[in-house]
Design a protein around this ligand. Structure first.
Ligand code: SF4
Ligand code: SF4
Length: 472
């Protein structure tokens, strides 16, 4: 873009790093406008969802649970165990492909509207900052002022509220890992009774506070892997927040008495409003940049200016580079087709694996270190161990049936096996087979695992007899 050559020095520096390498603190002006109001509503809704979800139960279990420590996951009421890890991994891969596809077409829309980092930063912490420290210029003045009663009071109050919010948020994060009951117990019983959870919660709240009080936009610019991937995900057809340089250039200050068209000037009146509201401190007129989180604040700011100077809105808008440069609408390219096919394939595979997912996972092994036993003069016996994982939400009584050989017998050791929901149950049992039925030292046996009259699984194993049978 030859038009931009004179403004090209933005590529040589990072908006939040000064020439001496120090951090340049961003003081964004509070945005106003239609899109900002919509984002407020979306954020309010998402924060409410974040707070409510830990309290929602399906048949006594949480709607979402990510217990990494015990390797137990519940996603929208479906329980996942280590044995379902392949399903979990495939679902995550499908989600990533979906995000990639979405980004290829719609750019970084997720960052501006849904990402918890943006929502907490712009609609929780930043709002408190505006409330306590005033608008962007008052904030800057306060930071530059010497430490006095006013500065100490305002800063102290702000950071106290920041930490309290982080502390409360940490409790909710913990609820997503261990469940809301655990958090209730932690509060009721005190730190001594749940030292591990308490330490985790303190670490969570400290990290949360540090991210929003200090790190802020650096998370999006430097740390977030999704943000770093934008360079390879976006292309000329991706719809991102764009400045229409065809319409805006050559830019020039506004003069109500001047005919801009006659002077060959574009619609950008160089007011700087778009830059002033940007939470990552960039100038969108330089084109799509890695720092842009697609928050739409510059759209609202520029539309306000356009209305004031009686020009059409949309000088900054959601648009692709090709729609601005060549007036081309969204093109379905090879990348979009490829990602769509991969995503479709993954979804079909996941649906298939879910459809064949069983309610229980069972294994039967001959008891380690044991051989055959002479049960009586006409029978041999072997001792086995059964292990059953109950993936349902109800206790499951487990019975065993010997399918092969048909006239063999099963005798459970101890009480009948009942596996509680989400638990692993084990039992031992004897298989008793007529001596005459054994033709070799290794005879194939087949079991049916039954619960409440329903066949849950079929398992094969071997029954060992004396070696002398092989010589017959
Ligand atoms: S350039 Fe615009 S959309 Fe991008 S981060 Fe800045 S204000 Fe938000
Ligand atoms: S807000 Fe609009 S008119 Fe003002 S500098 Fe930005 S692009 Fe130009």
């Amino acid at each position: 873009m030859e038009e931009f050559e004179e403004f090209d020095d933005f590529r040589d520096k990072q908006s939040t790093i000064g020439d001496d390498g120090s951090r340049v603190w961003v003081y964004p002006k509070k945005p106003k406008g239609k899109l900002y109001n919509y984002r407020k509503l979306v954020s309010l809704f998402l924060v409410a969802v974040f707070v409510i979800i830990p309290f929602i139960k399906i048949k006594g279990d949480p709607l979402l649970l990510f217990n990494f420590l015990e390797r137990k996951f519940i996603i929208f009421g479906v329980m996942f165990y280590p044995q379902d890890f392949h399903l979990f991994v495939l679902s995550m891969i499908a989600f990533i492909v979906f995000v990639v596809l979405f980004t290829v077409i719609f750019g970084r829309i997720f960052c501006g509207w849904i990402c918890p980092q943006t929502i907490f930063m712009e609609f929780v912490y930043r709002q408190i900052e505006y409330w306590i420290e005033g608008n962007y210029s008052q904030q800057r003045k306060l930071d530059d002022a010497a430490l006095g009663f006013n500065k100490f009071g305002r800063k102290g109050l702000k950071h106290l509220i920041f930490y309290l919010i982080s502390f409360v948020s940490a409790h909710f994060f913990l609820a997503y890992i261990f469940g809301i009951e655990y958090v209730r117990d932690l509060i009721a019983d005190g730190p001594k009774a749940h030292l591990g959870g308490f330490i985790g919660m303190i670490i969570f709240s400290a990290v949360h506070y540090f991210v929003f009080a200090k790190l802020r936009e650096q998370v999006c610019i430097i740390i977030c892997p999704y943000g770093r991937l934008q360079g390879v995900l976006l292309d000329r057809n991706s719809i991102v927040i764009s400045y229409d340089y065809k319409r805006g250039e050559p830019r020039g200050k506004y003069n109500p008495l001047e005919d801009r068209n006659a002077k060959g000037k574009g619609d950008c009146v160089e007011c700087g409003s778009c830059e002033a509201v940007c939470p990552t401190g960039i100038d969108i007129r330089n084109g799509t940049q890695l720092e842009c989180i697609n928050c739409t604040a510059c759209i609202d700011a520029c539309n306000t200016v356009m209305r004031r100077v009686k020009k059409p809105e949309g000088l900054i808008r959601y648009a692709s580079e090709s729609s601005i440069a060549d007036k081309v609408k969204l093109r379905v390219n090879v990348r979009i087709i490829f990602y769509s096919v991969v995503l479709g394939g993954l979804l079909v595979l996941i649906a298939f694996l879910f459809s064949i997912r069983t309610d229980i996972e069972s294994t039967i092994l001959r008891q380690k270190g044991t051989m055959f036993q002479e049960y009586d003069s006409a029978h041999y016996s072997n001792i086995y161990q059964i292990q059953v994982i109950n993936k349902t939400r109800n206790p499951l009584p487990v019975e065993l049936k010997l399918d092969k050989p048909e006239d063999g017998e099963i005798m459970m050791v101890g009480s009948p096996l009942i596996v509680e929901k989400g638990q692993v149950g084990e039992a031992q049992f004897l298989v008793i087979i007529k001596k005459n039925d054994l033709k070799s030292s290794n005879t194939e046996v087949e079991f049916k695992v039954i619960s409440n009259g329903r066949k849950m699984d079929e398992i094969e194993s071997t029954f060992v007899g004396p070696n002398s049978l092989d010589r017959k």
